[in-house]
Design a protein around this ligand. Structure first.
Ligand code: URA
Length: 247
């Protein structure tokens, strides 16, 4: 019997994007099945019998999965193309032929750990809120947060009418004007760290993502990448936040 699969799942499994992103591509009319644009969600297809195209290029399932950790520099966008012509992260991956995509995003002016893969199912697992993947950031902020502010960040604060999930926050360094905060969150709301720190009165001056779970940058230089292996992938899902181990 021929296997039936939902179109967005097929696209994710073939490495086009995460399942959520694949749904956006379908809605945008970028996906064709047997020559016809499909915008309705939930279509079931038989991959062995039908041909699927994304941006007019046939999507094939036999592929090598690659996992990459990039130390993103500031000034690069984490989309795969940019209408404004700004530098894109994939330009930092010379020689990578697979169509990898970033797992989540980092702001233009944020640097640090960015995972890229062509494994849509893994991307989905990392991004799905129920899996609570820890992301640890180092934020240089204006002023020095009080113990009460740190507690507020940890307990959760209201951002756009929704409380943030419990987090960890501590001061790494401080002087009279500024401090460096290490903060670990497991949500992925847009500009979340900047908004959280702004909300407690300490605007972020620069931001760097240090780690996904226990997977850190180690000695990876800014602008450089390395391939990840299965033991690295396991570290992403570690429930110990970097904060708990690197005191
Ligand atoms: N939080 C932010 O504010 N910006 C990022 O780039 C990542 C997390």
């Amino acid at each position: 019997m021929n296997k039936v699969v939902r179109l967005q799942k097929f696209l994710a499994g073939a490495g086009v994007a995460s399942r959520r992103k694949a749904e956006e591509y379908i809605a945008q009319g970028r996906v064709k099945v047997d020559g016809k644009v499909v915008t309705a969600m939930g279509l079931q297809i038989v991959p062995d019998k039908q041909k699927v195209f994304f941006d007019n290029k046939e999507v094939r399932t036999e592929k090598k999965t690659v996992y990459i950790l990039l130390n993103k520099p500031k000034g690069y966008v984490t989309t795969l193309s940019d209408p404004q012509g700004r530098p894109i992260v994939s330009s930092l991956l010379p020689g990578i032929k697979e169509r990898v995509f970033p797992v989540g995003r980092l702001d233009l002016d944020t640097e640090g750990a960015l995972l890229l893969t062509n494994d849509g199912e893994l991307a989905q697992r990392i991004l799905h809120p129920s899996n609570e993947v820890f992301k640890t950031y180092e934020a240089r902020v204006k002023g020095v947060p009080s113990p009460a502010s740190l507690r507020a960040l940890e307990k959760g604060i209201m951002l756009e009418e929704k409380k943030t999930a419990p987090a960890r926050a501590r001061i790494k360094r401080k002087n009279k004007q500024n401090s460096v905060i290490i903060i670990t969150i497991h949500e992925g709301r847009k500009r979340q760290v900047k908004k959280m720190l702004q909300a407690v009165g300490h605007p972020v001056q620069s931001l760097k993502r240090l780690a996904y779970g226990q997977l850190g940058l180690d000695n990876l230089e800014v602008g450089k990448f390395r391939f990840l292996h299965q033991n690295d992938i396991k570290k992403i899902f570690s429930k110990k936040s970097s904060l708990q181990t690197k005191k």
